[in-house]
Design a binder for this molecule. Structure first.
Ligand code: SAM
Length: 229
């Protein structure tokens, strides 16, 4: 099978080579990030790593979603959804009376999300092309805005997160998962990782308060915020 990632021809064989190189290098020497329309974003060449079955072992998606204590019929924005790894799990968690908005800024990810939604029949998922400065979601639409390995890629994070406040329903929350700086495992280049204290400071500047800091993921910190009164 061959598919194109933003014009880059990609085969399974090349994918395997990338995976081996990625694992051998600790993920630190390969171009995990690339320029897209003048922005530094995740390189879709490595999407296979985010979709890989072994991810469940360290990502613990079911525990992540349980810890979020979603209200019944919840509406979740999976912002920077990539290939839809979490989108599909949120779709099952919120059920037919809930909704998931899966957004991304890269065309190749939007296509992958659309394919996943069609192939898996995810009737409660809407795929939305996000902007670099705005989620492009309606006001007060969501109980949760979820960012898995996305926050560090956002250009002007404080103003972006101020916009995120607008898409939250009263009592809505923001969850941020990001790689720890001190973890030696394949993932984002060490220089691109953010200290969790920096994320907390920036979120406070954007008008949020930290509600929970969860510590059960081996590679990532997991922060949950609510809107400051
Ligand atoms: C490392 S991938 C993570 C994908 C997915 N969240 C996951 O955990 O599998 C980061 C994704 O965020 C997207 N992204 C970066 N900046 C964004 C922004 N401002 N708004 C929406 N998506 C963004 C990238 O295109 C990329 O698909």
């Amino acid at each position: 099978m061959r598919y194109s990632t933003a014009g880059f021809p990609f085969s399974r064989r090349l994918g395997r080579c990338c995976l081996i190189g990625f694992l051998l290098s600790g993920g630190g020497c390969l171009p995990v990030m690339k320029d897209y329309a003048g922005h530094r974003v995740f390189n879709p060449m490595y999407l296979f790593y985010l979709e890989w079955g072994l991810r469940d072992k360290w990502q613990k998606p079911d525990e992540v979603i349980t810890a979020l204590e979603l209200p019944p019929s919840a509406v979740v924005a999976d912002i920077g959804a990539g290939g839809g790894y979490f989108t599909e799990k949120f779709s099952a968690a919120v059920g037919p009376s809930g909704r998931v908005y899966a957004t991304d800024v890269q065309e190749v990810m939007i296509k992958r999300l659309g394919k996943r939604v069609g192939r898996r029949g995810l009737g409660n998922v809407s795929v939305v092309r996000g902007g670099f400065h705005d989620t492009m979601l309606p006001e007060s639409c969501c109980d949760l805005a979820f960012f898995s390995s996305v926050y560090k890629e956002i250009d002007a994070r404080i103003s972006y997160m101020r916009n995120v406040r607008r898409i939250l329903k009263p009592g809505g929350r923001v969850a941020i998962l990001e790689y720890r700086r001190d973890v030696d495992a394949p993932g984002p280049e060490p220089g691109s990782r953010l200290a969790q204290e920096q994320v907390i400071d920036e979120m406070q500047s954007a008008g949020f308060v930290l509600l929970k800091s969860l510590d059960f993921l081996p590679r990532e910190y997991f922060l949950v915020f609510g809107a400051a009164p």
